[in-house]
Design a protein around this ligand. Structure first.
Ligand code: ADP
Ligand code: MG
Length: 173
């Protein structure tokens, strides 16, 4: 795990000031929850940490390196998007193994990771399905699985339990 250090972060989208002069320190291993009403900027902040939105001002460091202008793929981040963003042509197993496959992790190691995470997320019986043939809650779990299988230094979860029923939500949490 890596620490995150955000200094003086401002994000303007069009004429709207979404985030204004935000300072935030998250220690390695710390579990931080952002709580706020719809539209307050939670997703925008996560997207900027992951590198999908450029800041208007300020800086973002991960593990001591300034990543303010780094490519998303070079930030060591696993992200669960609010909209899942699964690859529609890939099976559940392929979606979950995508990151490590691109990174050249040995096949046996990837398979072991996918199986372990699938078991934890109750996805073991769905590994060969495509996202179109899954329920919303199942898709959401695949998105969580894809982030976990990467074994990233930083995990960003954007409302990852919102589509699960109460029982599954409690057990996954
Ligand atoms: N591309 C954009 N241009 C202008 N405003 C945007 C854009 N994307 C999001 N917003 C606005 O930014 C605010 C924060 O959005 P968001 O980060 O998605 O909130 P949250 O995730 O907390 O619900 C909202 O008011 C939204 O309408
Ligand atoms: Mg959001």
């Amino acid at each position: 795990m890596s620490n995150i250090s955000i200094q003086g972060l401002s994000i303007r989208l069009g004429s709207a000031d979404i985030i204004h002069d935000l300072n935030l320190e998250v220690q390695a291993g710390e579990f931080l929850v952002l709580l706020g009403p719809s539209g307050c900027g939670k997703s925008t902040l996560l997207h900027s940490i992951a590198g999908f939105i450029e800041p208007t001002d300020g800086s973002i460091s991960i593990g001591g390196s300034d990543v303010t202008w780094a490519d998303p793929k070079d930030r060591g981040i696993g992200m669960v998007f609010q909209s899942y963003a699964l690859y529609p042509t890939m099976t559940v197993a392929q979606n979950m193994s995508f990151g490590p496959r691109i990174a050249g992790v040995p096949k046996a190691q990837i398979e072991a990771r996918v199986n372990k995470v699938a078991e934890m997320l109750r996805l073991s019986d769905l590994l060969h399905r495509k996202p179109a043939n899954l329920s919303g809650g199942q898709r959401q779990r695949v998105a969580i699985g894809r982030a976990l299988v990467r074994q990233a230094q930083v995990l960003l979860f954007d409302e990852p339990l919102s589509n699960l029923d109460a029982k599954l939500r409690t057990s996954l949490r």
